[in-house]
Design a protein. Sequence first.
Length: 243
Amino acid sequence: MKTAKIRLYVEHRLGEGQTIPLTREQAHYLFGVMRLAVGDAVLLFDGQHGEWRAEVVEAGKRGGVLLVAEQTAPQRDPPDLWLMFAPIKKARTDFIVEKAAEMGAARIIPVQTDFTNSERIRQDRLQAHAVEAAEQCGGTYVPEVCDLHRLDRMLADWPAERRLMFCDEGLAGHAAALAGDLPRGTPWAILIGPEGGFSDGERAKLAAMPQAHAVSLGPRILRADTAAVAGMTLWQQVLGDWA
Ligand code: SAM
């Protein structure tokens, strides 16, 4: 079989000998854009069963079929980390979702805060960005992108065992690092605020939560999209799967 360069996420359970019917969009991408033909190889993942090499056995304009041959990589799940962020402008929100998927978020949750500018998101579009990010970064897991949640409701019902890294722009320039002696392998979330930052009410709620750890992302105030990447980098380095 030829060498596979293209990776594709499919919503079918993968296993040796399985045939995978392609959607119209997938067929257009593989045969129209990437010019694959019968006999060519593709790498597939379904989000749960690792990566598999498959061969094109039928190629058409509106569909096609792949035959799964062998597993090429085991399933690798990210740490149990949620990225919560207040949506901003469209392109910057897209960026946050893409980077969160690349950097190993298990779930991505847009949250409406007191000062959130954008009150609507296109969950399906953001989910498609997460799929594309997983396809291109070699991941075998696609994080779920949730619909917009209200932050106040989430904090009121916060799970006892999930710690929360609260990225607090009020701590910029202060010594407030993420402690390296915290237990690893436990559920976490990172919270990034909107352009307007957090309200006094949100700060008070967060300060009262035993699960919340307020951290600084350095001496400068970062834009929310930069802060999301910086926050994930910091968490992954100290407590995540980079070590
Ligand atoms: N308007 C706010 C201000 O001037 O203080 C800045 C909000 S900032 C653009 C957006 C979010 O990024 C903040 O709510 C926070 O979560 C995060 N952030 C940015 N810089 C930070 C820093 N130095 N330390 C911690 N969090 C930061």
